[in-house]
Design a protein around this ligand. Structure first.
Ligand code: PXL
Length: 269
């Protein structure tokens, strides 16, 4: 039987990030992808590949959601870039309109090259309206600092502590990604899960050697999309995180250069 995975995210015109990556990742992992576009990002090659960002009208987002959820019984959704408080409002309302088995939130605050300041109002709306709906949230180093309030994440204990603090905002689980900024030779991800019995959250560490010293576009999108696909197929969360990490590691090993100043993950590796 075909399994479905749904994504609500932005389009990124070069195909290296955003909804394009989500759908490629879903396909690679054998699930049928359905997507709703929240915004359109067109990097500007004439201007240092800076971001040109256009939000999709909230009603058009609601219409896409209506079409998607009427066409299939969807129970697993990934939320990627939202971009504005108005978008966050409509997406949060849409998500609350039906039950979900899995809600994977990639809390995209800024994408490469964007001004950090532009993210602040979006950051607040995301924390208040979307994080509490998440069954799992996948912040990178920067996002984990923004969402936890911790100033720096330098050790595995710091990553776990950030995860616990973000857990207190309502999601059921957090995967904090150390990424390239984390000290040392390894790419470390820490999964912090609320204990069903109400005890201490459980902590699991995933590690693989870093590949190169440069950020690769689309890694975060691929990671969260792969978790989503695996959860859609019925995996446990730790198994889904391991599959996602392996896919991203392979995708970075086989990263794709372009005329852009960054390389992108190859989901088909
Ligand atoms: O990589 C984060 C990201 C997510 N979604 C969209 C993006 C980006 C970064 O460029 O454009 C649509």
């Amino acid at each position: 039987m075909v399994q479905f995975a749904y994504v609500i995210a932005g389009s990124e015109a070069t195909g290296g990030a955003g909804l394009q990556v989500d759908l490629k990742t879903f396909q690679q992992l054998g699930v049928y992808g359905i997507g709703t576009i929240t915004c359109i990002v067109s990097f500007d090659p004439k201007n240092g590949w800076g971001h040109r960002f256009v939000p999709v009208d909230p009603q058009v987002i609601a219409d896409q959601f209506e079409a998607a959820t009427a066409s299939q019984d969807l129970d697993t959704v990934k939320v990627g870039m939202l971009g504005t408080p108005a978008t966050i409002d409509v997406v949060a309302k849409a998500l609350a309109s039906q039950p979900w088995r899995n809600v994977v939130v990639d809390p995209v605050l800024i994408c490469k090259g964007q001004e950090p300041g532009a993210a602040l109002d979006t950051d607040t709306a995301l924390k208040e309206k979307v994080l509490p709906l998440a069954t799992v949230v996948t912040p990178n180093n920067f996002e984990a600092r923004a969402l936890s309030g911790l100033a720096s994440l330098e050790t595995i204990d710091d990553l776990a502590e950030a995860g616990r603090l973000i857990l207190a905002r309502g999601p059921k689980a957090v995967v904090v990604k150390g990424g390239i900024d984390f000290p040392g030779p390894d790419a470390i991800d820490v999964l912090v899960q609320a204990s069903p019995a109400g005890g201490q959250p459980t902590v699991q560490v995933f590690s693989a050697p870093k590949i190169g010293q440069e950020r690769v576009s689309g890694a975060g999108c691929t990671f969260a999309a792969a978790i989503t696909a695996e959860l859609a197929k019925g995996s446990t969360l730790p198994d889904a995180v391991q599959v996602a990490k392996d896919l991203v590691t392979r995708g970075i090993q086989h990263r794709v250069p372009g005329h852009t100043p960054f390389t992108t993950v190859w989901q088909g590796a």
